[in-house]
Design a protein around this ligand. Sequence first.
Ligand code: ADP
Ligand code: ZN
Length: 721
Amino acid sequence: MLDLLKAYFGFDRFLPLQEEIIAKVLAKRDTVVLMPTGGGKSLCYQLPALRLDGITLVVSPLIALMKDQVDGLLANGVPAGMLNSTMSAQDANRTQDLARQGKIKILYVAPERLALPGFQRFLQSLQVGLIAIDEAHCISEWGHEFRPDYRNLKSLRRDFPGVPVIALTATATKPVREDIVTQLGLKKPEIFISSFNRPNLTYTIEPKTDPLGSLLHLLEKHQGESAIVYRFSRKATEETAMELTDRGFSALPYHAGLERDLRRETQEKFIHDQVQIVVATVAFGMGIDKPDVRLVVHYDLPKTIEGYYQETGRAGRDGLPSDCVLFYSYGDRSKQEYFIGQIEDDDEREKARVKLDQLLGLCDLQTCRRAYLMEYLGEPWPKTDCGGCDICLLPREEFDATVIAQKILSAAIRTGERFGVNYLVDVLRGSANKAVRSRGHHELSVFGIARDVETDELKELVRSLVSKGLLAQQGSGYPTLGVSPQGRSFLNNREQLTLTRPKHAPAARQSALDQNGERETAYDTRLFDELAALRLQLATEREVPAYVIFGNKALQQMAFHTPQTEAEFAKISGVGDAKLREFSEPFLKVITEYLRANGQEVAPERVPVNAPKKKVRGISNSIRETRDLVAQGLSLEEVAEQRGISETTIRSHLERLVQEGHRVDVSHLLPDEDRRLEIEAAFKEMGETRLTPVRDFLGDDFTWEELAVVRLDLRQRLAQV
Ligand code: ADP
Ligand code: ZN
């Protein structure tokens, strides 16, 4: 079995439970598999399919995904096919013929097909070795994704009495599990429940004061990586997508109100890395099996812990470290409570209230978030420090915040409750910048009353007051802060306030464990970039998502081990026989050339996985190409167009070049003299190197691109002095 695993899938060992499950399936037992997303469910039927006589039928509701799954199997040398409503009759007929001739080992079918009499006859003409029911919770009305079509599956059991059935789902609740067993008519099934902990996900819940600012910050950290941002309403998804696009990010909205075709197109673009960020309502997710989503943000409060767990679960299916961040505010909480109040049915309303309370419990927690989640999911959690949530990573202590809270609230009142967190902090810290002076706020008594508190700490305090409900925010994007009735009574009645703050220095982030429990290796990120560029090219030629060629894990291993022969290449995780034949040559070529260019006798520089890329000296070919095009006088837009990558990426190339001490002539990209000087002045006056505060300061008249280019120019000139 291990031989098959390596030969077809390129893996050296099984993930937890896979081996046990596969053994039962091969012994023709019915099985139910409950595993979290990313647990490796597919292999549990794909590997037996190679061993069993006859064809394996896989029923899956995720039509959008079928093609990618089949492409993935074909790339691994597994004869696979699919039948669903999106295909032409001709293609469907050809697939049916191949299946009847025994030339397909794994056949994906959509559940609605099963009701068609013609299809029944077709099935009867096959020798079926195994039936796999993916997303099996869809059969249960208790689940959140009930599909009437799934009730047709019962007939499969009747029509193929001796054939084992394997039902798989990531939904673990007991009623759903029981429903699966009875509805499918499973015979004495063996039930496998794996841990629902997702060790590679880091959970963070932070007060929502400057959500857009925080989001931009997160996206900067995850530059060029796939991200999902969940919002409460359809309108909000469109707003945020627009705000991100305005700032040069590649983002699209997704919600149930959009045309079906448009939704499908957006999904496709996301899967194929043609759009980086999708801003969505919870309607987005089902059908997104993208393995390399690195960031999931809940911009608004989710309704239940189940929802939160499921949505965050879409991050990091490939087992690599990923971030899940939720913005929490008192205002969002009231909004949810209001909506719950509108529910007419007493029972339903009460249920929703309980669910929300449980979620709020998670938000208000001062102890490990993972422990709370696991406990909620009914799984014992032994450890107190998980090393992967904001609380464990940054232990907190209580302190008396009465006086500082009074100062902050007073400052908000005295400045007219019209400003956001940054402005308020400027006033409190006594920074007499242009904006503050122009309004005469440097003459207020509150000006500089919190001079002794660091900027970041003040911002954090403001956030805490928002989540405590003493400050109320208005507007989205950069909301203004007002004092709530609760805040006024706090001031008037001289109430006491205790808050928590990080204890000592932040705890060092434990390096995340991967799914095999191994420490992440350190790899050469520059070589990784080159390999990823090759992967993209191969994927584009074949019209498949990049991950069908190789996952990030495989590329990281290549960039670490730098294999130089076929035998060495074969050892990389994810390289099976078929991929060895097809891809070893181009990848080995890139690796060898890279090593040669960097002096073969020197071992390549290796940096820790999560270290900022700037630690590696030198630049990749891709960045060099950008440099050359810009040097020829092309605009950012033209370079982006010519290279088929986004302007944000081009901009990041330029930043990188300057950081590495290369000279780039950006004079033709600069705005006219007046604007340039004004932007420069803002950077200097504010003592800022970040774009967001300067843009806040200057206002909407200036584009992000202008700011970024002026900053680049400034940096180069300063470096010369
Ligand atoms: P699920 O369907 O449970 O969400 P998948 O079947 O998509 O999970 O697998 C998740 C990821 O784990 C995929 O990228 C897959 O290639 C990888 N994977 C599966 N089995 C193994 C294994 N034995 N060793 C290494 N990686 C594996
Ligand atoms: Zn924790």
